[in-house]
Design a protein around this ligand. Structure first.
Ligand SMILES: Cc1ncc(COP(=O)(O)O)c(C=O)c1O
Length: 407
């Protein structure tokens, strides 16, 4: 009897390990690297606790995996295209619109391919809007600590950029904006929310006060909120991402960061007024006015967003966002406790600190930075959903062990 059970167990193990193998050694080894590395993936702003397992089960079980899907066209029209997931995409935009201070009737938006794609739309829409209103090309103002995609996209769109100095913590300096402001041309503002390494958020109220002192300058405000735009709406800081409170015209957020979509995606939202002042491209074969940049667009990412709205939703995203804030404070406190120099911006889930050994940077996939004002070599942790207190304790212990070894 015992032999039979052992044999049965061996068969189960063999079947399970067979099911996990792709049949390609290279692919299996690569999977192993990711499965192990995911646990200590501390340096980059992605949620490593994606909750899409049952989405994939549904997708495979219904045979959707053999169907080619495409969302070319405008999801916000009254007659969404039948052979698309536009109806779901529109529901996603309408779910998020009030979280970013837009009204249901006053918003236009799409699910994008990434935060960069959202920034591309923000910059393109902003430049067109200002040109169509004034007949003049705008000047772009963006902080020197903003994500590089903004500078790259301005280069791509052939726009003149003035890089505005930021303070030591990474926020655009309002006085520097005022000095640089060209009052003879419209201003396309890009607000960093937040900056790439230090996780700084530009002070929109202070920067708006500068712009308000120059009413002769027409302004378009785009917010690059790739990471912070995900969690701030669920915290006490929600007004910082409100169009109504902060007066921005457009905002871009990544879907694979806070929201936990398992591959690049994002949201782009702007006012209807901005949308209405874009250049028309009436495309007969698509039966659509194609104001957005891309023709083909992913039809599956809107479904994943929609799925997560049903399965995770407002309450659990709130729990996660506030949990992340608590873990960020915990990480900073624990670093201070062991005397490890560290810094963190208010509202931010990014803690930057004196760079540890190469081994620790490698094990925790830390992102690296450099700033003489903070002692030179730095690294940062972005506290996402999978960076728990238990993992932080292990990380701190690794730093303590490094210090002991050095003594
Ligand atoms: C502030 C900011 N903007 C833009 C991006 C680019 O976003 P994506 O990687 O979704 O294209 C990032 C990525 O980390 C970011 O942190």
């Amino acid at each position: 009897m015992r032999r039979k059970i052992t044999l049965f167990a061996a068969i189960i193990v063999a079947v399970c390990s067979c099911a996990q193998s792709s049949g390609f050694q290279k692919l299996d080894e690569w999977t192993k690297v990711w499965k192990e590395g995911q646990q200590t993936y501390f340096g980059y702003p992605v949620n490593q606790r994606s909750e899409l397992h049952d989405f994939y089960e549904w997708y495979l079980s219904t045979g959707m995996d053999v169907i080619n899907l495409n969302n070319a066209g405008d999801p916000m029209t009254d007659e969404p295209w039948r052979m698309s997931s536009h109806a779901f995409e529109r529901e996603v935009i309408e779910f998020f619109a009030p979280l970013y201070g837009f009204t249901k009737d006053g918003v236009w938006g799409i699910v994008t391919h990434s935060g960069t794609d959202g920034n591309n739309h923000g910059i393109y829409f902003g430049a067109n809007y200002l040109f169509n209103k004034t007949g003049k090309q705008p000047v772009v103002y963006v902080s020197d600590e903003a994500h590089y995609s903004n500078m790259r996209l301005c280069d791509l769109q052939n726009l003149e950029v003035k890089l505005i100095k930021s303070d030591a913590m990474g926020r655009m300096i309002p006085e520097e904006l005022e000095k640089a402001l060209d009052t003879s041309r419209p201003a396309l503002m890009i607000f960093a929310m937040g900056s790439t390494f230090k996780g700084a958020i530009d002070d929109q109220e202070a920067l708006n006060a500068v712009l308000d002192r120059h009413p002769e300058v027409p302004v378009f405000r785009h917010v690059d909120a790739a990471l912070f735009g995900g969690y701030l709406p669920f915290t006490k800081y929600k007004e910082m991402v409100s169009h109504e409170k902060m007066r921005f015209d457009a905002i871009a957020i990544s879907g694979h960061k806070f929201f936990g979509i398992d591959s690049p995606s994002g949201l782009f939202l702007c006012t209807r007024e901005v949308y209405d002042n874009q250049n028309n491209f009436n495309v007969t074969y698509l039966n659509s006015n194609m104001k957005m940049i891309n023709c083909s667009r992913d039809a599956i990412q809107p479904l994943k967003f929609w799925w997560l709205i049903q399965k995770v939703g407002y309450d659990r995203w709130s729990e996660q966002a506030n949990g992340m804030m608590a873990c960020t404070a915990y990480l900073k406190q624990q670093l201070e406790k062991i005397g490890w120099p560290c810094w963190c911006n208010e509202y931010s889930n990014t803690v930057f600190f004196k760079r540890p050994s190469q081994e620790i940077c490698y094990e925790y996939t830390l992102a690296l930075g450099y700033d003489e004002r903070f002692g030179g070599e730095l690294a940062h942790v972005v506290v996402m959903q999978h960076v728990t207190k238990e993992k932080i304790d292990k990380f701190i212990q690794a730093l303590v062990n490094q210090s002991l070894k050095a003594e």
